[in-house]
Design a protein. Structure first.
Length: 271
């Protein structure tokens, strides 16, 4: 059950939200990766938000499954969530607009406070939520050490990479056990922030794993933690493979008996 509920009335109204129950449900969906089953639909990670589960999480609202359905449809109509049916399952993800709803810890009386802080800033917002990916929708306020706060950009990238890795795994093993996706995101965020990996480097590593050259790692990289731990090892293998390929190309040209000038021209043509 979600214990603490908070509402930013100004931001809710600006997004067209006038129903308090829908505002609270939107906030719950913001944390969906921590309590719902992932479902891959058209190569996108959605989450199965069972109506009864939402009822149980929000007992104060006295909701019924049918009313939850109507609220989900209304949130989708407002463009705040992407809502699809997968068989009998209600599956959702937040849209970019949905993520712009912000419930922060700043006092509403602070004239200098931002209702919708920068999504891609390099510094953590003062009093920002622990989960910057969904910093605009968190309902639960967390007390934490500021030195451990995450930047919104690195956390957003980490979430994207985690979902991408999960989609790749499920494409091979549809019965893959539901992971602790929050744990994956935390580990990959550390890879970005502490290990100086870029989002594209990590995406490239995942893509390489699902090629014939990297297929050995498919059964080994089954979490964000393993992706972070084994990144250097995999990168060295990629570099080694490229050196072997380049050496083979030079040897092949040399074996043709070409002059140095002809070899240079030939190498340029094949590069």
């Amino acid at each position: 059950m979600t214990y603490t509920l908070s509402i930013n009335q100004k931001q809710a109204i600006s997004l067209g939200l006038t129903n308090v129950n829908q505002v609270i449900i939107l906030g719950l969906i913001a944390e969906v990766h921590s309590w719902a089953e992932p479902e891959i639909i058209d190569n996108t990670v959605y989450y199965w938000t069972a109506r009864q589960k939402i009822v149980e999480e929000l007992p104060l609202l006295n909701l019924k499954p049918d009313s939850v359905y109507r609220h989900l449809k209304s949130l989708a109509k407002l463009g705040l969530i992407d809502y699809v049916k997968n068989g009998k399952k209600d599956c959702v993800i937040l849209t970019k607009k949905g993520k712009s709803y912000y419930v922060g810890n700043k006092s509403e009386k602070e004239e200098s406070s931002e209702i919708n802080p920068s999504e891609f800033g390099n510094k953590s917002e003062n009093n920002s939520e622990m989960n910057p990916t969904y910093k605009n929708t968190n309902l639960i306020r967390v007390t934490r050490d500021k030195s451990k706060e995450l930047t919104s950009s690195s956390y957003t990238s980490a979430e994207k990479i985690s979902n991408y890795l999960l989609s790749k795994i499920i494409s091979v093993n549809p019965k893959f056990k539901k992971p602790n996706l929050k744990g994956w995101i935390d580990e990959i965020e550390k890879a970005i922030r502490l290990d100086n990996r870029t989002e594209q480097e990590l995406i490239n590593a995942i893509d390489w794993i699902y090629t014939p050259a990297g297929s050995f790692w498919q059964k080994n990289i089954l979490s964000g933690k393993k992706l972070r731990e084994k990144y250097d090892t995999m990168n060295m293998q990629v570099i080694s493979n490229k050196k072997q390929e380049n050496t083979s190309a030079v040897d092949e040209i040399y074996n043709q008996g070409l002059t140095a000038t002809e070899m240079i021209k030939q190498m340029g043509a094949t590069s």
